[in-house]
Ligand binder design. Structure first.
Ligand SMILES: [Zn+2]
Length: 341
């Protein structure tokens, strides 16, 4: 077993050896109007240290991007990134989260209970931090099966997504009230909601704090904001480096840790009440496929999937769900008055 572990570590180390140029990376060229080198999306400072350089694992041959660490607030973010007016370029290709809705449009039948199953756990966890069922808004609702799972639990459900095909699916196939809109550009559906959920959305935001404040405005007093993102402080991120699938470059603009996500939520008027970690099998399997080849890859997956699955339940898991309670308007006012000299 020890020999196998040693081979795995050696293989990963070889795969991690730098093959790409140091920061600055990526195809920012004179006159290119699509890419920019941003300041820190959380604090606005420009001093940052390089962490990792990685390629786009989704669209072949589209260049490399860096993840850097802000020297002021420790936030990790992507540079260069697509400018906001052409952010759709990051989602070119057959983006997997939209595939099923398009297949349904073409005549595929989907078993609803089966499609809801991956969302049952987070639906239960959201229920565990809310006092009673109410209205829930899912921003980035996809084809709607998380909301279907919430509706089964007695909630009134509303969804939004930037993509028309998945909104069509949620509306016509599941009968869910859903609209096409962009959280950073458009007005949100009218609140108050007892819960707002953002699964796989926060890492795509150009201005996270402003977006969370916008969500706070449609939440009920003491309402819950639930955010699901990958965790760049995870064992998988450290082990696989540029090959870690949680990086999602260049689509993920921010790479949160439990600490940096908690901090920006506090800046936005929330208090974190629960963090749940997991290491999904697919992240380990795909990262190992990318980093290792041949028999080593097979052995690595056999060894790593269960090992990282166990580590995944700790704060070193590859993904995290953060549940934050909106600080009620009266409590926020009292806090502000207490701080006034
Ligand atoms: Zn910063």
């Amino acid at each position: 077993m020890k020999a196998l572990v040693d081979r795995v570590i050696e293989g990963v180390a070889r795969a991690r050896a730098p093959k790409e140029p140091p920061v600055p990376a990526g195809p920012v060229v004179e006159g290119d109007d699509t890419l920019e080198r941003p300041a820190c999306p959380l604090c606005g400072n420009t001093r940052a240290r390089p962490l990792v350089v990685a390629r786009d694992t989704w669209v072949e041959g589209r260049g490399t991007y860096s993840v850097v660490r802000c020297e002021v607030c420790a936030h990790r973010y992507t540079t260069p990134r697509f400018k906001e007016h052409c952010k759709h370029l990051a989602f070119e290709g057959d983006y997997p989260f939209y595939t099923r809705a398009r297949e349904v449009k073409a005549g595929r039948r989907v078993d609803r209970a089966e499609a809801r199953r991956p969302f049952e756990g987070r639906a239960d966890r959201l229920r565990s931090v809310t006092s009673q069922a109410g209205r829930v808004l899912d921003i980035g609702c996809g084809d709607g099966f998380f909301l279907d799972a919430m509706r089964v639990r007695g909630w009134a459900v509303t969804g939004t997504d930037v993509e028309a095909d998945v909104v069509w699916h949620a509306q016509t196939q599941l009968g869910i009230e859903a609209t096409v809109l962009d959280l950073e550009e458009d007005a949100l559906p009218a609140g108050p909601f007892e819960a707002v959920t953002m699964w796989g959305v926060a890492q795509l935001l150009y201005r996270p704090q402003r977006a969370f404040e916008k969500v706070a405005a449609v939440l009920a007093d003491d309402g819950i904001l639930a955010i699901g993102v990958s965790n760049i402080d995870s064992t998988g991120a450290r082990l696989f480096g540029p090959r870690w699938r949680g990086l999602g470059l260049p689509r993920h603009l921010s790479h949160f840790t439990p600490g940096t996500l908690t901090r920006v939520l506090e800046w936005s008027g929330f208090e974190v009440v629960r963090i749940h970690h997991e290491t999904p099998r697919w992240i380990v399997a795909h990262s190992a496929d990318d980093a290792l080849v041949g028999p080593v890859a097979t052995a690595a997956k056999a060894a790593l999937v269960p090992a990282l699955g166990v580590a995944g339940r700790t704060r070193y898991g590859d993904t995290m769900e953060v549940y934050a309670r909106r600080i009620s308007r009266s409590r926020a006012r009292v806090a502000t008055m207490a701080e006034t000299p």
